[in-house]
Design a protein around this ligand. Structure first.
Ligand SMILES: C[S@@+](CC[C@H](N)C(=O)[O-])C[C@H]1O[C@@H](n2cnc3c(N)ncnc32)[C@H](O)[C@@H]1O
Ligand code: SF4
Length: 402
């Protein structure tokens, strides 16, 4: 028995997340795109240029339900991620997915811009029937920077109001002795040149002023969508690696974030890879790549677009398969080793994103994000402590293949 197997056997399964080289088994995430339009106008995204006028060709509710059932059969402990555009513009689809997840026992996750959580009724409904984890996107703790980059004045106030409504609803429901809602309420923060030096204030605002459960950092990538000339990425990606890492470490110490060395190393490598590149204005079309391969989407994800086409990542560079009949999801997962082989060589910018990166940002990742979940959650275990101490040293980076 190798040393790695010995460690795995010592640890409860939840800790195995930090041993990211676990072999691909079952898919852990099913991403379901419900729409492509949006009501904001973010400078780093182009969904708002899109329309849903060809909705007649979209995967319908019954099709989504079929896929969730098939996903559940592959992995009853998996997680479904609702994707858009702004998915809350289509509430029937949104709650259709979250309610089906709840009835199947799957975890449901979503990221929203917050504009459609306008009152206590909607917040209550989200906690009762909506996703188990809701992240509201913020581009800054400064209203002016958020509004400027999100393209709509007042969008900061709406996003923060959504967070406060959700947190109030959770507290109210708990106080009323209702089955205490366990919904996690997060902020997804876009990090780019204008805000990385202000990280400490951003965390302070999110954790202490708003009181959200977590701030997840999301580093700027080329603009989402088909943008041939990407001025935003070219002009606003610049972050000085040492300053960024110092700011992250200060926040880690001050707010007890429990960040992993492996993830901090990946962040540094990402921004260093962008430094000096002269083709970033081509966005996703640039030839620049990250120095290291840091993604493992092909071991864990199935992304299904609004037409019902499945892929192992969001990039359309790799082949997709339209899922039409019962059994297609499992067949897709089984019969895509050729794509996995190609993806193992892929060092595109998106490797840094939450959805696809191999390593966890924190030592306490959400249970649903783990390769396997133990049936009964455990507290901080001896195993975790062992691994935490390993994570400080060179072992983790070897285990992570960095
Ligand atoms: C595409 S949006 C869809 C959900 C919702 N409309 C929202 O904005 O939260 C999902 C997440 O991607 C982020 N995002 C958009 N463009 C990005 C880019 N160029 N680089 C990194 N993250 C980006 C958004 O900030 C948001 O947190
Ligand atoms: S990031 Fe979200 S809110 Fe902004 S345009 Fe894209 S889909 Fe809309």
């Amino acid at each position: 028995m190798g040393i790695l197997d010995a460690i795995r056997r010592l640890l409860p399964l939840e800790d195995v997340a930090l041993v990211p080289d676990a072999p691909p088994g079952v898919p852990r995430f099913l991403f379901l795109q419900v729409n492509k339009r949006c009501n904001l106008r973010c400078l780093h995204c182009s969904f708002w240029h899109e329309k849903d006028t060809d909705r007649a060709n979209y995967l319908d509710a019954a099709g989504k339900q079929r896929l969730m059932g098939e996903f559940h059969a592959l992995n009853p402990r998996g997680a479904v991620v609702i994707c858009g555009g702004e998915s809350m513009l289509d509430l029937e689809d949104y709650f259709g997915i979250s309610k089906e997840c709840r009835s199947l026992g799957l975890t449901c996750v979503s990221v929203i811009n917050g504009t459609r959580v306008r009152n206590a009724e909607m917040a209550d409904r989200l906690l009762r029937e909506g996703p188990h984890e809701i992240s509201v996107s913020l581009n800054s703790h400064r209203p002016s920077l958020h509004d400027e980059t999100r393209g709509v004045r007042g969008s900061f106030d709406k996003a923060v109001q959504a967070l406060r409504l959700l947190l109030d609803a959770r507290a109210r429901q708990a106080a009323a002795g209702m089955d205490a809602p366990k919904t996690r309420i997060y902020v997804m923060g876009l990090i780019f040149n204008d805000n990385y030096r202000e990280l400490e204030d951003f965390y302070d605002f999110v954790l202490n002023d708003v009181g959200a459960d977590k701030l997840k950092l999301n580093f700027l990538q080329p603009s989402f969508g088909d943008t041939e000339v990407d001025h935003f990425f070219a002009e606003r990606h610049r972050m000085e690696p040492n300053e960024l890492v110092s700011a992250i470490r200060r926040c880690d110490a001050r707010f007890g974030l429990g960040l992993t060395e492996a993830w901090i190393g990946n962040v540094r490598m990402y921004v260093e890879s962008l430094q000096g590149a002269n083709d970033l204005v081509r966005g996703w079309g640039a030839d620049t790549r990250t120095r290291d391969h840091i993604c493992n989407t092909y071991e864990r994800n199935i992304m299904v677009d609004h037409y019902g086409v499945a892929r192992l990542c969001f990039s359309t560079e790799f082949r997709g398969v339209k899922l039409e009949q019962s059994g297609d999801l499992a067949r897709f997962w089984r019969e895509t080793d050729d794509v996995r082989e190609q993806m193992r060589q892929c060092n595109r910018f998106c490797g840094i994103s939450h959805s696809v990166r191999r390593v966890s940002a924190t030592t306490t990742p959400a249970a649903y994000s783990l390769p396997e979940r133990s049936p009964t959650p455990t507290g901080v275990s001896a195993g975790r402590r062992i691994l935490l101490s390993l994570s400080q040293g060179r072992w983790t980076s070897r285990l992570a293949g960095n």
